[in-house]
Design a protein around this ligand. Sequence first.
Ligand code: NAD
Length: 488
Amino acid sequence: MEATTFVLFGATGDLAKRKIYPALYNLFIDQKLPASFSVIGLGRRELSNEVFQKNVEQSLRSFSRRAVDDPGSVKAFLEAFRYSVLDVGHKEDYQKLLQLVEQREAELNIPQNRLFYLSVGPEFFDIIATSIKESGLGSTKGWKRLIIEKPFGHDLQSARELNQKLSISFAEHEIFRIDHYLGKPMVQKLEVLQQANPVLQALWTNHYIANVQITAIETVGVEERAGYYDHVGAIRDMFQNHMLQLLMMLSIHLPKGSTSEEVRLKKKRIMEALEPLQKEDVAMNVVRGQYTAGTIQGKAVVGYKDEPGIGQDSMNDTFIAARLEIDDVFWREVPFYIRTGKRTQEKSTRIVIEFKEPLKQHSSTYEEKTNPNLLIFEINPNEGITLQLNTKDPQHEGEFKPILIDFHTSRKDVPEAYENLIYDALRGDPTFFAHWDEVELSWKWVQPILNAFEENLVPLHPYSAGSFGPDEADQLLARDGYHWCTNS
Ligand code: NAD
């Protein structure tokens, strides 16, 4: 891997502390960082290099997956870190930064490969990218890359505007848009599982699959993010990006050895084949909900409107369920159901594939007695794969019982999403980042829903905290003769 300077905007922020430093450290321990590696942290506060390094060390001790017990390794890791003050609007700060970057490149005798990571609010993405270009930081003799956090736009138009601005300073192949769901190991395995298992490959069509259910629900509420979340809701915070990315990753068909370009092209095709919703159809296919007071794991919690910072008149969605269809040869007539929400009974990100039950149609023996075959990909908090089959119940003559073939990995052995993504960005592999085409098509698909919400064409259904969302989300499937497959 080529020597790199990692320039981190937002180095004093929450994301850097909880995710980015621990990810870098774990990569370092696993020997997955370049041999010569320099990190320059940026923030508004004045900090000495020593204090910055201490803060980074503290974050490792609090959040690292790997043990932080070898003083030699910790010291060697922290030696790569320098700090510079930068306010995004101050041009002279970028000149100071350029000097520091060049000084470190000279000290370490490394090429001008620069990775700029924007771990700051989205309102700063544009000005930072522009200033990187104008200051000369972007005029490298090596490569330059931009890692950008979510959210990428607030709707279709703002996303297009942002992309247009970024593209003045960085080419598409230099922009790595993080969708951390794409960094989750099980999501990254979906393609390999298909490619390496002819049995799965053969089943991956509408001949055998009845429906696909994609769930990402959590027990937590809005927490300290009221100001942000109340303007965004589940539709923008989760659905437009993470949920549609999961749908793309599950539904693409790829031959073995496919390149990142092929992955992206196939994902784009899926988005283009997604049946568009007209504003008037949204109410039939999308359920929006907002949590009310309830009990989660024995603890009473307040409703969304009573959360600090949320008004009694808020119409924000804390839950979304939707029915989607992909109009291509593999998936035509297979409904995809997506749901995501806060303050639900359990925390779970999973994809369930429910297979058709042709025997039921042809034999009375199986009528009503078997359960559907299910293939379940657990993504979070546990990682695993489960296959549900039917077998004879030896205790009850003539009856069937479902058995589960189960594989789960221990969390400790599984790299964090940010480890995978930073590693890929360092190597210049864009496979698990969101290409602009995908982002644009996702916003395009979601835009009629945003419009319908705005015009109040879709009811906002209350649901009790601790439930699985509003009953209407169940009816979405019941209409087609299905139900959500849950853990509980
Ligand atoms: P944060 O508020 O904790 O940190 C923001 C950082 O930006 C700080 O280091 C601050 O010094 C810096 N900053 C603010 N104003 C600045 C200015 N004028 N000039 C220079 N620096 C300035 O935010 P965060 O939680 O670390 O999130 C950072 C980004 O990551 C955001 O885009 C957020 O949406 C995204 N994100 C965060 C999380 C998370 O779990 N925290 C998850 C996904 C995406």
